[in-house]
Design a binder for this molecule. Structure first.
Ligand code: IMP
Length: 520
């Protein structure tokens, strides 16, 4: 059974001829390249899963290098929809001998991973070629508990994390007290490192509200209270027993993936799959409203143990022509600004659909236009279910991303705004805050910025300067050739390329695998 045909976006039967054409177009686009990467140039949720799946057909090896169960991609298996968080997006190609890798930079939560593999097993999908780096960072109950407790109003900066333990596990790694996956295979080492780690983390947990701790530890992600101890907060014996057992479950999958990848470079076709997005990178993004991994190409290559010089083509995904953000942090082009942010913080998808059953993308009220973009684009978190904040495409932020991720772009979800009469693209900002010293430059009200400075003290005082374009009416989901796209749409694409010095290589016009246009 060709398992990848079961994915939701692969239900269209293309027929051999058009399949060939698409494959040929991909190989023409990629030329002799052996190692390519797909990263997101925005705040994540740009349809990376579809593109990775699309390009996975070309690759022999698909490797993830950053993030963890905070990511989310939806796969329909045997007619049932499943949301996966940790398995690489190429997993449904596994039975064809393609190798899927979770690299050393991944935050590996063995409980979530085992659940995901069990789902694959239930659906009779195999994962024989899955490799997990022995150096991947091990997520433990204390990480998830701390992450979830920091999301409660206890005086911490609330950034709206996904509660998967991502921040705490990477903090422990950099703080030289973290555990890695390989420790699961060595009981004495595991116990010793766990004890040292808990000395630090139990002290942090003791500062939290005991009732809140109990509640969090009773959650399903923490095996419904298995690790809770009313005296010591965490039952260390239970953690040791559960995790060593998990180690045995994963034993055959754990290996030196860094060495494997390094020796495969230039011999096999490698696709590196980014997680989250550039603007969420702790290094380049809108710090502190970021995740705790470097989601840029730099973090990705490091996370799989390669170097940037090994990567011949980097494709940066851009959702067009709107953007989304989940959680807190500045978002200059957000439809109706803080009103939308507040709504998304406090409402669910159901609330939204009940109050706005037929949102109109051409409505003059910006707030409702933002809801329409969310509904049309299905912009609700795969991991958290939260409504994603929506806004117009922001070129100053894109310029900051392409500086690092390079000039080749993939536009996704381009079909979503078909029928939108006016498309606005943010070309620059007007700074409206107080005097602010940015290195040797002084910002004052009225200063114009064409490249975003991701410092939130700057970004949250930036008012977008827009260029407006007439939209297109036609449904574009069946178009497969660039030249057949409406002229108005081509004009906007050309404008973006000129403004950001980039080249759009792939355009996604729908969720199905074949709803993709390659522009050689
Ligand atoms: P964390 O990664 O769970 O620590 O969350 C930190 C920030 O990154 C929060 O604002 C999250 O909403 C955001 N975030 C993390 N993963 C994703 C993702 O896959 N898509 C969009 N936002 C994400």
């Amino acid at each position: 059974m060709r398992l990848q045909q079961q994915k939701s976006h692969q239900t269209t039967d293309l027929g051999d001829k058009s399949k060939m054409t698409l494959e040929k177009q991909i190989s023409e686009l990629l030329g002799n390249a052996k190692t390519i990467a797909v990263v997101c140039n925005q705040w994540g949720d740009t349809g990376k899963g579809k593109l990775v799946d699309f390009l996975a057909g070309w690759a022999d090896i698909i490797a993830r290098g950053t993030g963890g169960a905070n990511a989310g991609h939806t796969i329909v298996v045997n007619g049932k929809k499943h949301v996966f968080h940790l398995v690489p997006s190429g997993i449904t190609y596994d039975p064809q001998g393609k190798i899927n890798i979770l690299g050393q930079g991944v935050a590996f939560d063995p409980i979530t991973m085992k659940q995901e593999l069990e789902t694959l097993t239930q659906e009779r999908l195999s994962f024989d070629n899955l490799m997990i780096s022995r150096n991947a960072k091990l997520v433990l109950p204390q990480h998830i508990a701390l992450d979830r407790l920091e999301n409660t109003p206890d005086g911490q900066t609330k950034i709206g994390s996904t509660g998967r333990g991502i921040g705490p596990v990477y903090e422990d790694h950099v703080g030289r007290r973290g555990l890695v996956v390989n420790d699961l295979l060595n009981p004495r080492v595991f116990e010793k490192k766990l004890e040292a780690n808990l000395q630090h983390n139990l002290a942090l947990l003791r500062d939290k509200n005991p009732d809140a701790i109990k509640k969090v530890l009773e959650q399903k992600a923490l095996l419904s209270g298995r690790f809770y101890d009313s005296k010591n907060i965490l039952n260390i014996r239970e953690i040791i027993s559960a995790y060593l057992k998990l180690g045995q479950f994963f034993r055959t999958m754990i290996s030196d993936t860094e060495d494997f990848l390094a020796t495969s470079v230039s011999k096999r076709k490698i696709l590196l799959e980014g997680a989250q997005g550039f603007l969420l990178s702790y290094e380049h993004g809108t710090h502190p409203f970021v995740t705790s991994s470097d989601c840029s190409i730099q973090g990705l290559v490091k996370g799989v143990g390669l170097s940037e010089k090994d990567v011949e083509r980097i494709f940066g995904i851009v959702k067009a022509f709107y953007m989304t953000r989940v959680g807190e942090g500045p978002f200059p082009t957000e439809f109706s600004g803080t009103k939308s942010a507040e709504w998304c913080r406090t409402h669910t998808r159901q609330d939204e659909l009940q109050k706005y059953p037929n949102p109109d993308i051409n409505i003059t009220d910006e707030f409702e236009q933002g809801i329409a973009a969310r509904v049309l684009g299905g912009e609700y978190g795969a991991t958290t279910g939260r409504p994603r904040r929506t806004g117009w495409l922001d070129l100053p932020l894109l310029r900051s991303a392409t500086r690092t991720n390079g000039p080749e772009l993939i536009l996704t979800k381009v079909d979503v705004l078909s029928g939108c009469e006016r498309i606005k693209v943010c070309v620059a900002y007007k700074y409206t805050g107080m005097y602010y010293q940015l290195g040797n430059e002084t910002l004052k009200t009225g200063t114009e910025l064409t490249i975003a400075n991701t410092d939130p003290n700057v970004l949250s005082h930036c008012i977008p300067i827009y260029r407006e374009f007439p939209g297109w009416q036609k449904n574009i989901s069946d178009i497969r050739e660039y030249s057949r796209l409406p002229q108005n749409l081509q004009t906007i694409i050309r404008f973006i390329e000129e403004e950001t010095d980039t080249k759009v290589r792939i355009i996604s016009v729908g969720p199905e695998r074949d709803q993709t246009i390659i522009r050689n």
